[in-house]
Design a protein around this ligand. Structure first.
Ligand code: ZN
Length: 411
């Protein structure tokens, strides 16, 4: 998927505006001698921007318009360090609401729906994004904010809420409470819009079956508007990304090169029309892939897969990029193996080998199991590991996060 003429023009305009504004980011581009882009090649030569740049610009260094045009700020706080402040103009706020409205529409939500919003309101972009989109759609927003489960359930019943917006963990908690209290027949939910985080297919199924609703994953991050820059449609074959507002690339995090469609890599986003704080080639560290081909819904908006993790987790083996989560997903298909596993990559006898250690009980045929798993990894990820089957309890367990991947190639 290449950047098209129209998108190139918009990027060119963004760069010229940034350079003219001489804000933090504009000064950086100017220093590198960048004044605009004309061709695809020009675009691919543009430097990436990083979260650290945004931190360095604290508090208002990203502002690319005169201050009187800024109507709001949002902030994403990391667990460590300086927060990032993103200034928005009135048009940015409106564009974001338009995108969010489109998300609701792709999920089949209409002005007749009643949308209960449980993410938090405030400095971060969650609650207010869901709210503005709902109002733009002319649906009825029920702006609950987080917590207070008793009240959430009371309003859900009394207001006859049809759409629940929540994180996956809170949606699951509500599902379990509804079950426990035996109030399922008093709940009118039809759909759930869930903020994208890493969540397994198992959890998704549980929420959707227990509540009896369709689930939609919404994507976005504060640095680029907030949630609402993409969502899956009813065919549930990836999240459509609104590439009239945001240009999407998938890169190899190690080389920075674009990967072919269908291959996993890091999501990089460029805002096309943002005024308050435009960003060019922003590295999200989220891992996904472009789903090739056309969606059955007929929409031309490109699609990305479920977020697989962070780029820091990526492993490269024999030219194939993969993530521990992909191995986990394969192992989950085999009830005879435990949830513990270990990947060990070494350089032996002048070639790279990948050994995958898995655990099972004594009554399973080790040889047969390892053959099955080797074939499964080959067909799903693209390389053949050496699968070593061991007895349950042999692999190391620790209180903290277990180290799954040991790469001895460079030691
Ligand atoms: Zn679709």
């Amino acid at each position: 998927m290449k950047i098209n003429e129209q998108q190139l023009k918009l990027v060119d305009r963004q760069i010229k505006r940034l350079v003219a504004a001489d804000n933090f980011y504009g000064a950086k581009l100017k220093k590198e001698g960048i004044e605009g882009v004309e061709t695809v090649e020009d675009f691919l030569k543009l430097p990436f921007s990083h979260k650290q740049d945004l931190r360095d610009a604290y508090p208002l260094g990203l502002m690319a318009v005169p201050e009187e045009e800024i109507v709001r700020i949002h902030s994403s706080s990391g667990t460590t360090g300086t927060p990032v402040i993103i200034p928005y103009t009135a048009k940015d706020v409106d564009d974001w609401a338009e995108m969010f409205k489109r998300c609701y529409e792709f999920a089949g939500i209409t002005e007749k729906d009643r949308i209960q919003i449980t993410p938090g309101y405030g400095l971060w972009t969650a609650g207010i994004g869901f709210q503005n989109g709902a109002e733009k759609l002319k649906a009825m927003a029920v702006p609950m904010g987080p917590g207070n489960t008793d009240k959430q359930l009371q309003f859900m019943m009394d207001m006859k809420t049809t759409v629940l917006c929540a994180t996956s963990s809170y949606a699951l908690l509500l599902a379990e409470e509804i079950e426990k209290r035996g109030i399922k027949d008093k709940v009118y939910l039809k759909k759930g819009v869930i903020g994208s985080e890493r969540w397994g297919e198992k959890m998704r199924k549980r929420i959707s079956t227990e509540l009896g609703i369709e689930l939609y994953d919404i994507y976005g991050l504060t640095e680029i508007y907030g949630p609402g820059i993409g969502i899956n449609c009813k065919y549930d074959q990836g999240m459509h990304i609104w590439d009239d507002y945001v240009y999407l690339e998938i890169i190899d995090p190690a080389t920075g090169e674009n990967v072919p469609d269908g291959e996993f890599g890091e999501i990089v986003l460029t805002t096309l029309v943002k005024e308050g704080a435009p960003l060019i080639r922003y590295r999200t560290h989220d891992i996904s892939r472009i789903i090739p081909g056309e969606c059955p819904c007929g929409s031309k908006f490109p699609r990305i897969d479920v977020i697989q993790g962070r780029s820091d987790d990526m492993v490269k083996f024999k030219g194939v990029n993969f993530f521990p989560k992909q191995i986990e997903e394969i192992l989950a298909l085999y009830p005879e193996v435990s949830s513990e596993y270990q990947i060990r990559i070494s350089h032996l006898e002048r070639r790279d080998t990948l050994r995958l250690y898995v655990e099972t009980t004594g009554d399973v045929d080790f040889m047969q199991l390892s053959k099955k798993l080797e074939a499964a990894v080959k067909s799903k990820i693209g390389f053949t590991p050496i699968v070593k089957v061991v007895e349950v309890g042999v692999l190391p367990r620790s209180e903290k996060k277990t180290k799954r991947v040991i790469d001895e190639r460079y030691e």
